[in-house]
Ligand binder design. Structure first.
Ligand code: SAH
Length: 481
C-alpha cells in the first residue's frame, strides 16, 4: 500500500499526471465529501469553533493541522467559514498541512493562497525544522510538511508557548498501510497427544523423567497474509497478440492481477504489530478469523493524542536526549477523524482499490488506482488513550448523525434561500440546476444506502481530558457559550 500510494517514483498520490488532472472528482477516480458539498467543510469549521468556545476561547496559539488535504477544498471551506468569526480567526497562528504528494501540495497552495502566491522553503531558528510556506487568502501562514514526524513540536518555533492544535484527518487513515492476518489451527504434528507426551519423556541426570520442552502451541496462531507475485505468465501466445491476454483486452476485461495474497507458512515478525488486547485474542482463538492492523495509523493518532493531551515523550524527543517532550503538559485542541470503517469490529478483508469510480482488484494497476482499507476506529481510540493520559475519545458516530447534529439541513435550506434571493443567475434553469446540485449534495453526505455516505463514514474525536463531563457537539453535547 505504501509503495503503491506514496512511492516518489510512480506512487498514486506522488505522481503528477501529464494532463494536470488529479485523483478527485468526476474526471478522476473518486469523489470525497468536501468535493461534493461546501457545507461539509463549513460544518467542520463550525465544529472546531464550538470546541474553541468550550475550551475558553484561547486568544492565540491555535493551529489548524490537516492530514492529506487532497485538493485543499476542505481547509479552504473551513478557513472561509472561520473568517466570519473575527476573534476565532485572529487566534489562528498557522495552518499546517501534511501532504506526501508534490503535485497536490501545489494545488493546495493555489486553492488556499492563490495561484500567484509563492511557496518558499523556511527553516526555523533551531535549524532542525524545515517546511514550505505561503500565506493564505486570509493572511494566515500555511505550512507544508511531508510526514507527521516533520511537524515541529509546539508552535514550530518558540517552543514554550501553549498551543491549541485543531487536527483534521478526512479520508486519510484509509490510505495508511495495513497488515492482515488469519488465525490457523496448530499443525497436527505440533499437537501433542496425551500418549505421545509420555513417550517423549527424556531421562534426567538422576534418571528421572524430564518432560521434553515443547515450543509448539496447542492454540491457534496468527499467520500473515503476504502480497506475493502471481505465477509468471508463460503463455507466449498472449504476447503474440492472439492469446487470452489479447482477448481480455479486446473485451475490456480487467487484466490478470500481478500479485496475490498468500498465507505465510510460519510466523512473521509482523505478528508483533498485533496489540495484546482482548478483541484480538478473542478472534485468534477462532480458527480462520482474519484481522487487519495498521501500525502506521497508530503512529499518527498517538502523535495527535500527545499534541492535545501531552504525555509520554515521543521517540523523536527522547532520542535527542531531552528526556521530556516539549508537548508535556500541553492540554488543549481537538482532533477530528472522519473516514470509512466499522463502528466497533476489527476490519476484515477490506483492502480494495478504486479506479475511475469502479472498485477493482488492488493487485492490478499498481500506482494507478487508489488503494485503501477500512479504518479501525476502536484501534485508533485504544492507541490514542495509551499515548496520552490527557485526552478522551468520543465516537465513532455515523457521519449522517454528526452532520445532522451540526445542522446540515438548516444550513442547506439557508443556502437555497440565499441563492434565490441573490438572483445572480442568468436563467431560472440555471438557478434550478444549482438548487438541485445543493440538495443532492448534502443529502448524499447524510443518507444511508450504496451511494450515500451517511452510514458508512464515521466521525471520531480526541479532546482534552475533562472527566467525561463535557460532551463535544455532534457526540451528544451542545454548544457551550
Ligand atoms: N482529505 C482529502 C483527500 C483524501 S485522499 C479529501 O477528503 O478530499 C488522501 C490524501 O492523503 C491525499 O492528499 C494524499 O496525497 C494524502 N496521503 C496519502 N498517504 C499519505 C501519507 N502517507 N503521508 C502524507 N500524505 C498522504
Amino acid at each position: 500500500m505504501r509503495q503503491c500510494l506514496t512511492n516518489p517514483d510512480g506512487g498514486y498520490y506522488t505522481t503528477t499526471r501529464k494532463d494536470d488532472a488529479d485523483q478527485f472528482g468526476t474526471e478522476g477516480d473518486f469523489i470525497t465529501s468536501p468535493e461534493i458539498s461546501q457545507i461539509f467543510g463549513e460544518l467542520v469549521g463550525i465544529w472546531f469553533m464550538t470546541e474553541w468556545m468550550a475550551q475558553g476561547r484561547p486568544s492565540q496559539g491555535v493551529q489548524f493541522i490537516e492530514m492529506g488535504p487532497g485538493r485543499g477544498t476542505l481547509m479552504s471551506d473551513v478557513l472561509r467559514t472561520i473568517g466570519q468569526f473575527g476573534t476565532f480567526a485572529k487566534s489562528i497562528s498557522a495552518v499546517w498541512l501534511v501532504e506526501a504528494g508534490e503535485g497536490l501540495r501545489a494545488k493546495q497552495k493555489d486553492v488556499l493562497c492563490g495561484e500567484d502566491a509563492e511557496m518558499k522553503e523556511v527553516r526555523d531558528h533551531t535549524g532542525k525544522n524545515v517546511w514550505w510556506e505561503a500565506t493564505s487568502k486570509q493572511g494566515i501562514p500555511v505550512r507544508w510538511v511531508e510526514d507527521v514526524v516533520l511537524l515541529p513540536d509546539g508552535t514550530g518555533g518558540s517552543g514554550d508557548q501553549k498551543t491549541v492544535p485543531f487536527i483534521i484527518a478526512h479520508e486519510f487513515f484509509d490510505a495508511l498501510p495495513i497488515h492482515a492476518f488469519e488465525s490457523v489451527a496448530p499443525k497436527p504434528e505440533e499437537v501433542q497427544e496425551e500418549g505421545q507426551e509420555v513417550q517423549s519423556k527424556l531421562l534426567g541426570e538422576m534418571g528421572q523423567p524430564v518432560p521434553k520442552p515443547s515450543t509448539a502451541s496447542k492454540l491457534p496462531q496468527w499467520r500473515e497474509l503476504l502480497v506475493a507475485p502471481t505465477k509468471p505468465k508463460l503463455d507466449l501466445s498472449s504476447q503474440l497478440g492472439n492469446g487470452a491476454g489479447a482477448a481480455a483486452a479486446a473485451a475490456h476485461k480487467q487484466p490478470e492481477p500481478d500479485f496475490q495474497l498468500t498465507l505465510a507458512k510460519a510466523s512473521t515478525p509482523s505478528s508483533l504489530v498485533i496489540p495484546e488486547r482482548p478483541r484480538y485474542r478473542h478472534l485468534k482463538n477462532q480458527v480462520s478469523s482474519r484481522v487487519e492492523v495498521s501500525p502506521e495509523s497508530s503512529r499518527y493518532i498517538q502523535e495527535f493524542a500527545r499534541r492535545i493531551g501531552g504525555g509520554v515523550a515521543s521517540n523523536r524527543s527522547s532520542k535527542e536526549g531531552t528526556g521530556q517532550s516539549p508537548l508535556d503538559g500541553n492540554n488543549g485542541g481537538a482532533a477530528l477523524i472522519i473516514d470509512y470503517g466499522p463502528l466497533e469490529t476489527v476490519p476484515v478483508d477490506s483492502l480494495r482499490a478504486i479506479r475511475r469510480h469502479k472498485i477493482v482488484s488492488p493487485f492490478v494497476y499498481a500506482g494507478e488506482a487508489d488503494v485503501s482499507a477500512d479504518v479501525d476506529f476502536v484501534a485508533l481510540a485504544h492507541a490514542a488513550l495509551e499515548a496520552s493520559p490527557g485526552i478522551e475519545v468520543h465516537g465513532p458516530v455515523e457521519q449522517g448523525f454528526w452532520l445532522g447534529q451540526l445542522g446540515i439541513k438548516q444550513r442547506a435550506e439557508r443556502l437555497v434561500a440565499e441563492l434565490t434571493k441573490r438572483g445572480q443567475f442568468g436563467s431560472t434553469e440555471e438557478l434550478e440546476r444549482k438548487k438541485v446540485e445543493l440538495e443532492t449534495g448534502w443529502k448524499r453526505l447524510v443518507e444511508a444506502g450504496p451511494k450515500g455516505m451517511g452510514k458508512a463514514y464515521k466521525v471520531m474525536t480526541i479532546v482534552p481530558e475533562n472527566g467525561g463531563r463535557r460532551r463535544p457537539v455532534g457526540f451528544g453535547g451542545s454548544v457551550v457559550g
